[in-house]
Design a protein around this ligand. Sequence first.
Ligand code: ZN
Length: 509
Amino acid sequence: MKNKFLVIVLSLTIVAVHSMPKRCTESEDCYDEQLHPDLPSNGDSPVLDNEEDLNSYWLEKSKSFVQDQLARELNSKKAKNAIFFLGDGMGLTTLAAARVYMGGVEKQLSFEKFPYTGLSKTYCVDRMVPDSATTSTSYLCGVKTNTGTIGVNAQMKRSDCEDTKNSTKYVYSIGKWAMDAGKAAGFVTTTTVNHASPSGLYAHTAERSWESEMMVEMSCGKNSGVESIAEQLIHGDVGSRLKVMMGGGKMNFKRDGKTNLIDDYKGMSEKNGFVETRSELMSLDLNSVDRLLGVFSDVHMDYNLDKIDKNLDQPSLEEMTRRAIELMQKEKNGYFLFIEGGRIDTAHHNNEAKLSLDETEQFSKAIQAAREITSEDDTLIIVSADHSHTFSYSGYMDRNQKITDEAGIAADGLPYMALNYVTGPGFKSHYDSNKRQRIDPTSTNGKEIHANWPTAVPQTGAAHGGEDVAVYASGPWAHLFTGVFEQNTIPHMLAYALCIGDGLKSCDK
Ligand SMILES: [Zn+2]
């Protein structure tokens, strides 16, 4: 009887809440339509005719979250393996917009289910907003340094052909720490294998653009004694010991016009596997190789949407991730793997929002696969970004709109998009300099894969953003990755969990 009464009261309350007009009183924390004249009106009806109309839906969801939090047990086991996923340029705005791209604001990226999150401060020694070279040194070698330099400390002068040979200024990555402790190390990227992010694992250079011998010669001349990043990957102390190296960048391996570093690699051992297509990678017998170099394109690997569009024989990030982990799982002492979704950033630099969000979805799939084929008992997985971008997601779109849609009408009478950038090449195609006014963005946006999005400030490439980036963690010692910390703390926390390196170690307690 009492229950029945409660149900009636509850139902009446729900009906009452629903039939109230959506206007807000002064005391309520909601939009004032006077201040938001562009707020699209949904009338007085609920946005979606579904379970979200019910109080019980939100209560149940909250309850289950609290229960999950309470059931959580600290995992303080020693990590045998660690996988570090890096979304280059993947700021929080990118993640929130990617959810909508994947089907709605309520969607979750795979790693958003990880139990622990923190924030990483990305500034470097000489700049407030960093590039991918200095951050790679930070999150892989544990030392902050100057823009454009990799695997060296801040005493190194950028682009200095003599200083770059001074090994007293070198710093070493968690890849080396892992191998020195008897574990295997390797990496996967969608950029060139010698690009800034993965290079932090194995290279020491005063200049990130010295990926190939040709680039070195342009800066330092012939016979300078400066080793390109590609040379260091094949012949360097760390590079020559890596078990897995996958990505693009075949062009970087050409040397003195005749020889090729890939031939050097193949010549070192019959067990040095090499693949250059998706078909070769997927059919390779992993027991037939000790090491694996996969180089699938001349420069960066193609965007996922272009791969589909052009039917290219290149593996997805998820496929490369699965193969890399399968190979690493042969290692008795465990491994450290670095896996980069590198083209989230390159798309943002061109203000190509759709590509960037699609690459973020691909990145999420790779992490899902990694978590599925490894155990939380012995494998720590972390996910982060090196820096953000000046990417914005705004306006009062209806819940059923697409993220690539317009958000409303702006003060100049023209539509504006939900996605915009502060800086980049997108300015040019969205501003009529004769009429000194914006071009209607709906005339171009969202229709093509490579469409670029409206941008406030003209620049040939979009500038990075300076705010903190998120870190997500799952597995042994994942709870260390909470709070707000300096980016260079990341490898020290990984090393603590893995019990490797010269710093603090979980097994020394
Ligand atoms: Zn970048």
